[in-house]
Design a protein around this ligand. Sequence first.
Ligand code: XMP
Length: 484
Amino acid sequence: MLGGVSAPHDIPLALSYDDVLLAPRRSSVGSRADVDVASRLTRSLGLSVPVVSANMDTVTESEMAIAMARLGGLGIIHRFLTIEQQVEEVTRVKRAEALVIEDPHTIDPHAAAEDAAELMVELGVSGLVVVDGERRVVGMLATRDLALRGDGRMRVDQLMTPRARLVTGGPDTSSKQAAELLHTGRVEKLPLLDEGDRLVGLITARDLTQRAERPGATTGAKGRLAVGAAIGVRGDVLPRARALAEAGADVLVLDVAHGHSDAALRSLDAVREAVGDEPQLVAGNVATAAGARDLAQAGADAVKVGVGPGSVCTTRVVAGVGVPQLSAVMECAEALAERDVPVIADGGIRSGGDVAKAIAAGASSVMVGNLLAGTPESPGVVVQRNGHRVKVFRGMASAPAAAARRAVDESDETDFERVVTEGVEAVVPLRDAASRVVHQLVGGLRSAMSYSDARTVPELHRKAAFVRITPGGLRESYPHDVDL
Ligand code: XMP
């Protein structure tokens, strides 16, 4: 439909979220609680909540990714980090509440208690397994043991709980057995040992409880929280992709401003070759059916749609390029339906209504930047601006983001005098926890599903009926004729 335009009246109309509403229909859905918003991010990764946090340096690092996966969504760690730093962020998510921590943090029995204390703070853990040079477990050291370290000259083996008093499990301990052992032993941590007493894993009571409390969490292999990580198309893309896959990233997001480019398609091929079938590959961004089709053809397991709708994007102003997001999502979803490749609607989400429209238009999930940037889980510090407490939020193609990228990538030879930016840096108000923001967004989606007589996301895809509205209709949609 797009392309080959010859005369003004041939120019197709493209719509955005504000140009439409979902028409209500007779519904047999009794309550919002009766709808199931479960969906999927990629061909094989399911989500119980179809919201992902954007791969932006002011939105997603490990803390946000952990929160999003616990909620049943997913976080995509941004790529403006060194490979080592990005791998570390992925590893933090993987360690957050793994059923079995396969490589627990350890310390030598002869180490100084002071060093153990520092290490625990640095790693953000409340206990260390004490192992000898053969990795045989000789004890456990907890933060509370360190309270007795006195003048700091004591050694770990003088403060630890010794091996004889430890509750331990074998390499194949199930979560049920672990729960029983932890409960009867009244302990918080269960080291797993092989027949030679060597450390092979650790199960914590906290992880077991959290898992039981959150059955909808998004998990990958070995029951660990799932996480995505962004990669580009140039430079170190292949070693980065390999390192992230090795660290356990469940999804790699090949993310460039113009995903429908030869470079992106080549890169997709090369990344697939480099990492094999394991991590799912998302590619983007595109805004046309042809772009979506080409990425799917090249092996993308999901396509990210959105050129210019983001709240800090200026691509449409600077380059005059983009497709209003509702039309972009609809076209791409329609083009990919037969191939069974899901669409991620990326950018421009301001409310639950926008989430509902994006999913009704055929997307399987939405990617959110702005609305999550002000939450406590986003990276960055709280600053005062005009008497208000705010957080910085910036487009990844903004000048400050480009400068930050240069700081981690010495091979980046961008000439900042000449850089043409397609994003801005801004501040956003502080918000409640990410869980509250996501709850509001998903509440809107649930409501839309009950108005649309849809109990599931695929049913919404089939049944949604849009009406186009005028500026008058839009005015009527917002509160009016009242003092707010
Ligand atoms: P929201 O509206 O949720 O959108 O803040 C987040 C999405 O915006 C995109 N993004 C950019 N687009 N220039 C752009 O044209 C930029 O500098 C930029 N930074 C982020 C990206 O797709 C993100 O997920």
